[in-house]
Design a protein around this ligand. Sequence first.
Ligand code: C2O
Length: 558
Amino acid sequence: MENWVRVLLLVVCLFPAMVECRVRNYTFHVVMKNTTRLCSSKPIVTVNRRFPGPTLYAREDDNVLVKVTNHVKYNVTIHWHGIRQLRTGWSDGPAYITQCPIQPGQSYTYNFTVTGQRGTLLWHAHISWLRATLHGGIVILPKRGVPYPFPKPDEEVVVILGEWWKSDTEVVINQATQSGVAPNVSDAHTINGHPGPLSPCSSQGGFKLQVESGKTYMLRIINAALNEELFFKVAGHNLTVVEVDATYTKPFTTDTLLITPGQTTNALLTADRGSGKYLVAASPFMDSIVAVDNMTATATVHYSGTLSSTTTTITQPPPQNATPIANKFINSLLSLNSKLYPAKVPLTVDHNLLFTVGLGVNPCATCVNGSKVVAAINNVSFVMPTFSLLQAHYFNISGIFTTDFPGNPPIIFNYSGNPPGTSPANMNTMNGTRLYRLPYNATVELVLQDTGIIAPENHPIHLHGFNFFQVGRGLGNFNPNKDPKNFNLVDPVERNTIGVPSGGWTAIRFTADNPGVWFLHCHLEVHTTWGLKMAFLVDNGKGPNESLLPPPSDLPTC
Ligand code: C2O
């Protein structure tokens, strides 16, 4: 934005009651904090000494400014997960994709406007594994005077699910990378920072949601875990889902939510039990042979007036491999698709893409087995550049990336590996910093196909810069002749992070109406580390309104 426009906006927005515009100013200090969880204490990286970090509040159309100052020894970036960042890719945050990291002692001000979105999202560090403790909620309220398309809840509560390691997560991932084997799973799950009253370190208590009988609470649930999809339940209560990834859904009632890392869900909880204490449980979902942390995090819903000696009504978490419960939840999700909030599904497709997502094995002389586990999209393990792709693109610097990312798998095989053992004999992947180039406003259909290489697994794939519609989903290999006939092009769920089922596929559609470089990756951080990532390069359209803005003057340098 031109500086004088910014100054004008700042002045005008000093009187928010007079005009419908606002600037929200936040200051994030990235600092170490010593903390005790699970009977052990360790220093963690935090924003403003808080874990989880502060919630960012904005109203649709607000201009948000967050000045991030890095006081720790690590390079840092912050990503505003799910914020569209229309023409403001410089503020998106993934390290080496849209910016060089904020180095120790430096500051950078993220500057973006929230357009056409309302609901819950999250912010998190986007470099190495720092997001384990550097994360927090984003609450986007509707424009002033615009109601929710569902009965207004009496109260709203941010509920952040996380994962906790007793050791330093930077050490965990660095050791794993050196040895070539999988990193340790976490030691606990957390709800708003606490493993909960059932954890062996119960003296720490846990998150307590105080409710009054008869009132309705909107839980803004965020999965900020690094590597695990979670089930979420409240004993004795149903939840009504009204929004996911900051888009309204057709309301539906369920006793169990499924939420992958990077996803958010707004659900209404009506305190209809009169009195008592009820357990809240977050437990892992994994329907493959991959190891997970099987600890259940707990919290309590506590009705006002209930004696503290009252025993808590408990709930049984779903079995870890409860695929039917997961599927039932996923299949219930549909866009609200109302007059005010239409589902703008692209009905024609300019680019038909099929991306295989999964694991691989590459030789590694210094690794313990002489090989290392990797991950790839269309057999390419993405190599992180040492300079930001968006800067390289904007300033036409060659030699940083190529635009030859394959739109289809280079080798055709029985992707889903069903029956098992039909994976390709050669599980090696190619390395490269390869992008897929799209003209402005191109419509894209992207089929994400899980592979059975090593093991099939549910991959929550996240696309930066866009929302997409999940038009189809199935098991086995995607069949381009049959499966599109069953696509939902009317009211498919709209989101920014979608689970690709174990040994199956998910088809998404989006319009490339945002110029810039946009990361696509698995939101299981271990898979991102292993190379399950790529980026789209979207060209400018016509004129300034369809073009990437110039970089801000304080953009970090590499
Ligand atoms: Cu929530 Cu690329 O990340």
